[in-house]
Design a protein around this ligand. Structure first.
Ligand code: ADP
Ligand code: MG
Length: 250
């Protein structure tokens, strides 16, 4: 689904990504983990076209995405939900999701005002809102939502483009323990059901081990290890770099 080949990226001489290569298999949930500053968000920004890489390339289903503008990468089938919400806080859940649907339909301004386009977008928006479990909050201004619900709005907005691959940057950050559990169940249930390929970063190791089929560990801009959850949690280099002893099995 996604192939990252020899990607490098530096900021003012600081090498944030150093020859990173990894593949995300179609239908898998793939976690990108590593300590703060490892380069996870930078790699996401390269994948979504926010930063051009200094070297290497990224391909989504064989088609090169690196160097393209974000909106074009999104049109090729990439959905993104980053840590900071993209929702307009003064607008309701329904309005935000409708806007995302209309934006992905690529409607012109004139067409947006047309009744049929709007009612079609509304129907799609209601469906997406139902998927993310916010059907009873359609009219709520997003500013009034708890963080866990706000993240669901962002995911609904990302799904409006019918992505093949969804990127989630720290979907559990800032959530309470109980919100975390419900978010993990939600991601698992919804995205597996939709058959979406997921690439995500997360600091919550329990959640990573529970969700991921495959884990890539970044450390100081380099790939330190890659494997299934059992391999990774017993990998001596990974334990030393950031996991700690508690996750190793004996
Ligand atoms: P992570 O998401 O793994 O915590 P980041 O990708 O955010 O790490 O950051 C990796 C390194 O690159 C950090 O040292 C960070 O300070 C640096 N960095 C990231 N983005 C920029 C930027 N736009 N300008 C300068 N340095 C940056
Ligand atoms: Mg980050």
């Amino acid at each position: 689904m996604l192939e990252i080949k020899h990607v490098s990226k530096s900021f003012f001489g600081f090498l944030a990504l150093d020859d990173v290569s990894m593949r995300v298999e179609k239908g898998s949930f793939h976690a990108l983990v590593g300590p703060n500053g490892a380069g996870k968000t930078t790699l996401f920004n390269v994948v979504v076209g926010r930063y051009p890489p200094d070297g290497g390339e990224v391909r989504l289903e064989e088609r090169r995405t690196s160097g393209l503008a974000t909106y074009r990468v999104v049109r090729m089938g990439l959905g993104i939900s980053f840590q900071r919400s993209q929702a307009f806080l003064s607008m309701s859940v329904l309005e935000n999701v409708m806007l995302a649907v209309l934006a992905h339909q690529g409607r012109s301004r004139a067409l947006m005002r047309s009744f049929s386009a709007e009612s079609e977008a509304k129907t799609t928006a209601y469906e997406l809102i139902g998927w993310v479990g916010l059907a009873d909050k359609t009219e709520t201004p997003t500013a009034a939502l708890p963080l866990g619900d706000l993240k669901r709005v962002d995911i609904a907005m990302a799904l409006a483009g019918k992505p093949k691959l969804l990127l989630l940057d720290e979907p559990l950050a800032g959530l309470s323990r109980s919100e975390r559990v419900s978010m993990v169940n939600f991601i698992e249930g919804l995205l597996r059901g939709l058959g979406i390929t997921l690439l995500f970063t997360e600091h919550d190791t329990d959640a990573v081990l529970r969700l991921a089929d495959r884990i890539t560990v970044l450390h100081q801009g380099r790939v330190l290890a890659e494997g299934g959850p059992d391999e990774i949690k017993n990998d001596a280099r990974v334990i030393e770099a950031f996991l700690g002893e508690e996750y190793a099995e004996g």
